[in-house]
Design a protein around this ligand. Structure first.
Ligand SMILES: NC(=O)c1ccc[n+]([C@@H]2O[C@H](COP(=O)([O-])OP(=O)(O)OC[C@H]3O[C@@H](n4cnc5c(N)ncnc54)[C@H](O)[C@@H]3O)[C@@H](O)[C@H]2O)c1
Length: 302
């Protein structure tokens, strides 16, 4: 194993655990900090050093930063509805926790800090596709908090010279998604409902569209962001497949009965312009939604 130490915050979570696996597979030494509020210990690759800790605890954050070269910051309370119900707690984690990590990373001379940002920073926009030049317009505490994290990354690059990059993910899906939460993402919710023999619940008319991105492609974007010399000055990059599907279409691909329920606070459409990540990272999405869902159907419905 290489002596290079990488820190993955939220490494027991859905995306984080896939990233840890990929980094270990490439021979890196990986440390994980996660408080297991949403993550699961058994998901953490046994070759990684696991620290159960909270990113709101600055002393714990300083300690896990010792000897670390690169940081992938994924730990968050990542659900819109949770942020609406708990704006303060989610702010403490998503904004305060991120700031703790940035300060500790700067103080310990980390080479690069890669932040998991969110397409929710765009909120509602008049034009599609969403590109990084558009003015952020978050419509939920979560969207705002994730956006503040990006701004902090860019300020830390500008003022302190800490290399940072923010990757704005668009609806990530794939194996190990969180199917148990009432706020789980639509593909996971539908598969769970089908497995239980229930109809798929659609809000409000199913004609809203989402750009779904496979977790394998999100992992690759993180690795490229670590390796690329073209990012490090607080750049913001969309990591989205660049193709959107209506919720009705997703239900049709999965197959089965549907019911329509009350709307919630969410943007009508998302669609990533992913040219910038292509230019700066050489990143391209590789898994189509049809392939990704087929893989999940085998796991869940056969
Ligand atoms: N899943 C998506 O579609 C999506 C889209 C855009 C952005 N993101 C971002 O990607 C990142 C990972 O998302 P995910 O879907 O894997 O979520 P997840 O909930 O599966 O993972 C988040 C992890 O952070 C941990 N965590 C939460 N609070 C913590 C704290 N105070 N201290 C330490 N650890 C803590 C949780 O235990 C969990 O393991 C998040 O930053 C999220 O905002 C995700």
């Amino acid at each position: 194993m290489s002596a290079i130490k990488l820190l993955v915050t939220g490494g027991a979570g859905f995306i984080g655990s896939h990233l840890v696996d990929a980094l270990i597979e490439r021979g890196f030494g990986v440390r994980v900090i996660d408080n297991l509020s949403g993550g699961k210990k058994e998901r953490v690759n046994p070759m990684a050093e696991f620290v159960e800790g909270d990113i709101r605890d600055f002393e714990a954050v300083k300690k896990v930063m010792e000897g670390v070269n690169y940081v992938f910051h994924l730990a968050a309370l990542p659900r819109v509805q949770v942020s609406i119900q708990n704006p303060k707690e989610t702010n403490d984690v998503n904004v305060g926790g991120t700031l703790n990590l940035l300060v500790a990373a700067k103080d310990s001379g980390v080479k690069k800090f890669i932040y998991s940002a969110s397409s929710s920073a765009y909120g509602d926009q008049d034009k599609m596709p969403l590109n990084e030049e558009m003015k952020a317009n978050p419509i939920s505490p979560y969207g705002l908090q994730k956006y503040v994290g990006e701004l902090n990354c860019s300020i830390f690059s500008r003022i302190y010279g800490l290399k940072t990059a923010s990757l704005r993910y668009f609806n990530v899906y794939g194996p190990r998604f969180d199917a148990d939460s009432p706020y789980s993402l639509v593909i996971g919710r539908f598969l769970k409902q089908r497995k239980e023999g229930k109809p798929m619940t659609i809000v409000p008319d199913g004609e809203q569209t989402r750009d779904f991105t496979h977790v394998k492609d999100v992992v690759m974007a993180n690795i490229l962001a670590m390796e690329s010399d073209k990012v490090g000055n607080g750049e913001v990059l969309n990591v989205g497949a660049g193709k959107n599907y209506s919720i009705n279409r997703i239900a049709d691909i999965i197959g089965g009965p549907k019911v329509y329920i009350e709307p919630r606070l969410e943007p009508r459409h998302t669609l990533a312009d992913n040219k910038k990540a292509g230019e700066l990272l050489g990143w391209q999405p590789t898994v189509s939604l049809e392939e990704g869902i087929e893989e999940l159907k085998k796991e869940w419905l056969s």
